[in-house]
Design a protein around this ligand. Structure first.
Ligand code: AQP
Length: 332
């Protein structure tokens, strides 16, 4: 089977609805059809200042949420990035293949560093996409399931894989992004012109999956829409309503056309009330399952230990090939 690799940061504690719909939901589906590797990217998490105790507990929390969302350790390999040292090792090689100007063009770095004050941004934040390149190439992934915001980083991964292969001989699979149109970008509920995001969203526009379900319902009901009355998918003219329809459709499996018909002649209030219910039905069991995994840290840690072992077997093989191609003298 084809292989997929993707990762998620443990920084924010709770995943938000954009992380789930844009990425994690695809991960769950792909474990059925692909050889799937999923990682909690704690090395990426320290590119912004972190609290050590929080990072540790958020790493477990991220793994617990992935399992609660439906990842099955029998069907996929789930591991913590820092448990597999090959990620940092290959990243160094990839750093040396990347042009400074090329890295400077990454829009996520520009956004994140300008929010922090460019001078205070770490070099780690700058090379973040190159570590991500290593994450993907180590597993010879064919596809990378992510949200639209990651497209540029996957392009960089393709460029560097081709560059390495061209310079040193065929070594890496050149991966393709796996981005689903309907959920590629979930928008902030208060400002549907920006993506829902842990760092740029307003608290009322951001749905954290682990918050009180009642708070979630309230956010849905106070979502910003438009001055019209018609419930119709039109991303350009009705971004707020279109965002709500996408979320509704994905969580329930109902098609957009079906929803438009269901709400023909009804007001925005009716749509929001029903979507609030749908959200509560989704987050309530999700929170419970997450808590169950957190209550049993030994099981959780052993799942992650087994995952790391499986991941290392693949990563070590790729790294040794890459090291040999580059010209490093093998240690005897
Ligand atoms: N709004 C979104 N719509 C669709 N997909 C999204 N993703 C994030 N936001 C949306 C996808 O979630 C996956 C994991 O993301 P990450 O751990 O790299 O976190 P992030 O991109 O740092 O998440 P945020 O909230 O977007 O953080 P900030 O505000 O720091 O930039 C990725 O596949 C991502 O595409």
């Amino acid at each position: 089977p084809l292989r997929v690799l993707s990762g998620i940061q443990p920084t924010a504690g709770s995943f938000h609805l954009g992380n789930y719909l844009g990425a994690v939901r695809q991960w769950v589906a792909l474990q059925e059809t692909h050889d799937a590797f999923y990682t909690v990217v704690d090395l990426h998490a320290i590119t912004l200042p972190q609290d050590p105790a929080e990072l540790r507990s958020n790493t477990r929390l991220a793994a617990a949420q992935l399992l609660a969302a439906g990842l099955d350790p029998e069907r996929c390999t789930l591991f913590v990035q820092s448990h597999v040292p090959e990620h940092a090792q290959l990243a160094w090689v990839m750093n040396c293949l990347t042009g400074f100007g090329e890295a400077s063009r990454m829009t996520q770095f520009k956004d994140k560093s300008s929010r922090q004050g460019a001078d205070r941004a770490s070099v780690g934040l700058f090379t973040y996409p190159i570590l991500q390149v290593a994450d993907i190439l180590l597993y010879q992934a064919n596809e990378v399931p992510v949200g639209e915001d990651q497209r540029q980083h996957i392009e960089l991964t393709r460029d560097l894989a081709e560059r390495f292969n061209g310079r040193f001989g065929q070594t890496f699979t050149v991966p393709a992004p796996h981005i689903l149109k309907e959920t590629a970008k979930i928008y902030d509920l208060q400002d549907p012109s920006i993506k829902m995001s842990k760092s740029a969203s307003t608290p009322k526009g951001l749905i954290n999956l682990l918050e009180e379900p009642k708070a979630t319902a309230k956010k849905v009901k106070s979502a910003v829409t438009d001055t019209g009355t018609e419930i119709r998918y039109d991303a350009e003219n009705k971004p707020g309503i279109s965002n709500l329809l996408s979320i509704y459709s994905t969580l329930t499996g109902a098609g957009i056309a079906e929803l438009e018909q269901k709400y023909a002649g009804k007001g925005y209030g009716a749509l929001k009330t029903d979507l609030a219910e749908v959200m509560i039905d989704f987050v309530t069991p999700f929170r419970e399952r997450t808590q169950q995994y957190l209550d049993d840290p030994e099981t959780l840690d052993s799942i992650l230990a087994k995952g790391a072992e499986k991941a290392r077997a693949v990563a070590a093989e790729t790294l040794s090939q890459a090291y040999e191609k580059v010209g490093f003298l093998p240690a005897k």
